[in-house]
Design a binder for this molecule. Structure first.
Ligand SMILES: [Zn+2]
Length: 212
């Protein structure tokens, strides 16, 4: 069974939002068309939302740091002294705000087809890029169970941003055993220079994610 996973096409990640992905708006209509495309015959369509409490650990202002500063995250597990390097962001996708809602055309589509919506990043004390799990892989969303319950073995990932949540969702999916493809035409990212794109492609290849 084939599933389409539409990652984080939310107002805050679009132009005019608090953390806009360059040209993110260009994919909204095409993604709706992809969902509706009769030739695709999706068995499942899932939409994900970045869904943070107002004081989420990934927000720069929580740490009194300028936006996009580097940060060293400590494991939320007591007694675990591992750290992960990251960067902090402007406040974005606060749960139940306008910024965290799906883009209007996608919201309309979601209501029309009644597809499953997965929230992620709702635990205050940890960053979360993948729609399957937080960056420590301690907390899992319901996405894997949902897909398994519906006999999905093949996933296609689209949405925003290509080099963060789309990439991490795809890598998680591949690690969980799904045949995984990112449909490049239906994503936009923060990176665009040749070197970063090359590294991005290598990372996908190393993790058994196809780019089509
Ligand atoms: Zn976020």
């Amino acid at each position: 069974m084939r599933a389409l996973i539409v990652v984080d096409v939310q107002n805050d990640f679009l132009p005019g939002g608090s953390l806009p992905v360059p040209h993110g708006d260009e994919i909204v209509k095409p993604v709706v068309q992809l969902i509706e495309d009769p030739n695709q015959k999706w068995d499942q369509v899932v939409m994900t939302r970045d869904w943070h409490p107002y004081n989420h650990i990934s927000f720069a202002k929580v740490h009194n740091l300028p936006d996009f500063s580097p940060i060293s995250y400590e494991s939320p597990l007591e007694g675990d002294d591992r750290k992960q390097e990251g960067i902090v962001f402007p406040v974005h996708c606060v749960e139940e705000t306008h910024g965290s809602q799906l883009a209007p055309e996608l919201l309309e589509e979601q209501k029309k087809i009644g597809c499953f919506v997965v929230n992620k990043g709702y635990l205050q004390d940890r960053e979360c890029f993948s729609a399957f799990n937080d960056i420590w892989n301690f907390q899992r969303t319901e996405l894997h169970d949902y897909l398994r319950c519906h006999d999905v073995d093949e996933v296609y990932v689209v949405g925003l941003a290509m080099d963060y949540c789309v990439k991490n969702t795809a890598i998680s999916a591949a690690k969980l055993g799904y045949k995984t493809t990112i449909l490049e035409k239906y994503t936009r990212g923060f990176i665009s220079d040749k070197e970063s794109m090359l590294k991005f492609r290598e990372e996908l290849a190393e993790n058994n994610v196809q780019l089509a």
